[in-house]
Design a protein around this ligand. Structure first.
Ligand SMILES: [Zn+2]
Length: 127
């Protein structure tokens, strides 16, 4: 099997002599030099388009702020993009809608399931 790898000695075309896992033994067609190379396969292709959602919790009744904050923490705690201190700041500013950061599609599914269980309404906006 011919390869695109050139012989390190003379620059000639090489072909595969043997193959074991990621190691390959190649032989130069011009000078007969044998040399080994390692082949790295890319395990998983990176999706070209990773959708990201921004999470919001809207506050209808200001009397419910603490309750909503507690529920929000229950749902979002443990996610890297969730910062309780940042939520605290938005609450102290009296914001009517809390910005809870960015989440992947997979996280959104997980978060929505958790939110539904405790009756918290979270909006995810594709950004
Ligand atoms: Zn060669």
């Amino acid at each position: 099997m011919a390869t695109e790898i050139k012989c390190p000695t003379c620059g000639g075309e090489s072909s595969v002599v043997s193959e074991e896992g990621s190691a390959r033994l190649l032989k130069c067609a011009s000078c007969g030099n044998e040399f080994s190379v390692r082949v790295h396969y890319i395990e998983e292709s990176i999706p070209l388009e990773t959708k990201v959602y921004r999470a919001h919790v809207d506050i209808g009744d200001p009397a419910l702020v603490r309750k909503l904050q507690m529920k929000t923490k229950m749902v979002f705690d443990g996610h890297n993009n969730f910062h309780p201190g940042d939520l605290e700041r938005q609450i102290s500013q009296g914001l009517k809608s809390w910005d809870l950061g960015f989440y992947s599609g997979q996280e959104v599914e997980e978060l929505l399931a958790k939110a539904e269980k405790i009756g918290l309404e979270v909006n995810f906006v594709l950004s």
